[in-house]
Structure formats: structure tokens, C-alpha cells
Design a protein around this ligand. Structure first.
Ligand code: CUA
Length: 335
């Protein structure tokens, strides 16, 4: 439902992979999601069969032994009730079923948790914040936010292995078509991996209530086609563009307290409380997925973030129209 709502909300987004938006929880597209989906179907089929058998017997007994005229008057011969065989059967069979379900589940969890990253695996660290996602690639020296770029998994096992951390409260990473939910817990490292089979934009969200804007802590995993991820990574590892045409906006930005929360690599902005803005314009959305990244939306966001995402940690800088235009022009140069 959420994924569908998100898909509808974000129809207005743009770039390259936008034509292939994936938001169907019944179509798992990575090994962990696929194993979990199959387990869910297995459990559903067994419990469904139990429901049909028990319900059927109940219905049969209700109809077969319903009250008939003359029941009270009839003198029944004394009968012996109960059957040891049946009692043993309906005690032992459910116990066996419980152990089968337990065994299959534990085996699947073990298989997913024991998977080891191959030599070509991508490593990433995801840090949950109220209310956005910080994304690091330790081997590539890249930091970004909210839009997690990964390569499609190919025959060489190009899977993505993540370390999950939290800066404040407990969040939960959930991209239904790639894997199950995993919590991001302060002072604890959790792990998660997936191997996306198809390129596209996978929609996800925080799945653990984490405060006022929990529902607006949206996440997108952008799975690149073969070879495209390297191009994206090469562009991201460059320092910020220094466009002389927006030097006034840059000076304005650097004079404000923006720099104590945000980083723009290659400038004096080195904060680590908010998203890294070095390549802000390469992102499809702003505010952790709440708005498409258009010039108008960006201007509205900088003008008064609290009007768009009440409770978020970014304050309004109370800029006048001209100052706002300059700062936004600078931000738009951060390609
Ligand atoms: Cu973060 Cu809910």
C-alpha cells in the first residue's frame, strides 16, 4: 500500500531509470526477498490447509449432528466417547508441523545471515537519522543521502553488503523487493545484503516508528545497469563544482549556519548533521523523498523546511527573496 502510494506520489520524478519503477511486494527481485517470499508462501499453504481441514470438520459436525425433532424424547443407549488414537494424532501432528516450520525458518535465516561478500561485492554503510538516510561507500570515499545507488547483481556476484547504524533512535531499513526489514539501532552494527536482479528504482521506507516524520523517511534504491554504477561513482567522487557564476550564492551559503550541518566537499561546509550536498542535483528527490528535486521545490524547502516537513531538524534561515534566489542558484550548481 505504502509502496503504491509512494509510486503515485513520485510519478513526477525524472531521470534515466524512472521508466522502470519497481513497487510490487509480490515480485521479489533479490535472493533474501525471494527466500522470504517463498517461506511465506510455504507457511501460508500449510496454515491454509489446516484452516480448511479444521473448518471443514467443524462444518461437517455442525450439519451432521444438528438438532433433530424428537432428540430429547429419544432414549440413547449409553455410549463410550473418545478415542486414544485420534487424541494422539491431533497432538503429535501439530507438534511436528510446528517443528517443520521452525526448522525451515531457522535454516532460511541462517542461509541469509551466513552469506559472505565476494571479491566484487559493494560495501556500504547506512546511517539512520531523524528523518533521512546517510549513505557511505567506505571503499569509494563517497557520501550521499536517501538515494542508494548500487549495481545490478551479475553472474560474478555483484551483491551489496551493508552495515546499518543509527545516529539517534531505532529506524528500520525496508525495501520490500530486495530484503526483509532490518533495524538500525544506536550503538549496534546490524548487517544486511541484497543482490538486485533487475535495474530500476526500488522504493522503500523506514519501517520502525521513529518520531513525527517517520512516514516521510522514504528511501530509494537505484539499481544501475551493468557498468553504469561505475560512471555514477566516478562522478560522485569528484569534489563539488565551483561555478563562478554563482559565487555570490556560494558566499551567502558559506556565511550561513548551513555549513555547520551540511558538507559540500571542497568548500568550508563540513557539517555532518544533515545530508552531504556535494552532488545534491544528482538526486531525484529532496527532504528524504518527500518532494521531487525541482528548482521550485528546492526554493520552497530552503525557504521554510518546517512547512514541508514539520519537526525536521533543518530550520528556516529567514532569507529574503534575493538571498533565497542566490542560495538556491548555488545549490543548483552542485551537479
Ligand atoms: Cu526512521 Cu521510522
Amino acid at each position: 500500500m505504502l509502496a503504491l502510494a509512494q509510486a503515485a506520489l513520485l510519478q513526477t520524478g525524472v531521470p534515466a531509470l524512472a521508466e522502470h519503477r519497481i513497487a510490487n511486494i509480490f515480485r521479489p527481485l533479490a535472493t533474501p526477498a525471494d527466500s522470504e517470499y517463498k517461506l511465506a508462501l510455504f507457511v501460508l499453504s500449510i496454515t491454509g490447509a489446516i484452516f480448511v481441514i479444521v473448518g471443514g470438520l467443524l462444518l461437517y459436525a455442525m450439519i451432521r449432528f444438528r438438532r433433530k425433532p424428537g432428540d430429547d424424547a429419544r432414549q440413547e443407549p449409553p455410549q463410550v466417547y473418545g478415542s486414544n488414537q485420534i487424541e494422539v494424532a491431533w497432538t503429535v501432528i501439530p507438534i511436528l508441523i510446528v517443528f517443520i516450520l521452525l526448522g525451515v525458518t531457522v535454516r532460511m535465516i541462517g542461509a541469509i545471515q551466513d552469506a559472505q561478500p565476494g571479491p566484487s561485492a559493494l560495501r556500504a554503510t547506512i546511517v539512520g537519522h531523524q528523518w533521512w538516510w546517510e549513505i557511505h561507500y567506505p571503499d569509494l570515499g563517497i557520501t550521499t543521502a536517501n538515494e542508494f545507488h548500487v549495481p545490478v547483481a551479475d553472474a560474478s556476484g555483484h551483491a551489496t553488503f551493508m552495515k546499518l547504524e543509527s545516529m539517534d533512535v531505532i529506524h528500520s531499513f525496508w525495501v520490500p523487493q530486495l530484503s526483509g526489514k532490518t533495524d538500525l539501532i544506536p550503538n549496534r552494527d546490524n548487517a544486511l545484503w541484497f543482490d538486485p536482479r533487475e535495474p530500476g528504482v526500488y522504493l522503500g521506507n523506514c519501517a520502525e516508528y521513529c518520531g513525527q516524520q517517520h512516514a516521510n523517511m522514504l528511501l530509494r534504491v537505484i539499481v544501475h545497469r551493468e557498468g553504469d554504477f561505475e560512471k555514477w561513482a566516478a562522478a560522485q567522487s569528484k569534489p563539488a563544482e565551483d561555478d563562478p557564476a554563482v559565487s555570490q550564492g556560494k558566499a551567502m551559503f558559506e556565511s550561513l549556519s548551513c555549513v555547520s550541518c551540511h558538507t559540500v566537499r571542497g568548500t568550508s561546509a563540513k557539517g555532518d548533521v544533515g545530508p552531504d550536498l556535494t552532488h545534491l542535483m544528482s538526486r531525484e528527490t529532496i527532504g528524504s523523498g518527500v518532494l521531487p528535486n525541482t528548482p521550485k521545490n528546492l526554493r520552497d524547502w530552503v525557504k521554510d523546511p518546517q512547512a514541508i516537513k514539520p519537526g525536521c531538524l533543518m530550520p528556516s534561515m529567514r532569507l529574503n527573496g534575493q538571498e533565497l534566489d542566490q542560495v538556491v542558484a548555488y545549490l543548483e550548481s552542485l551537479k
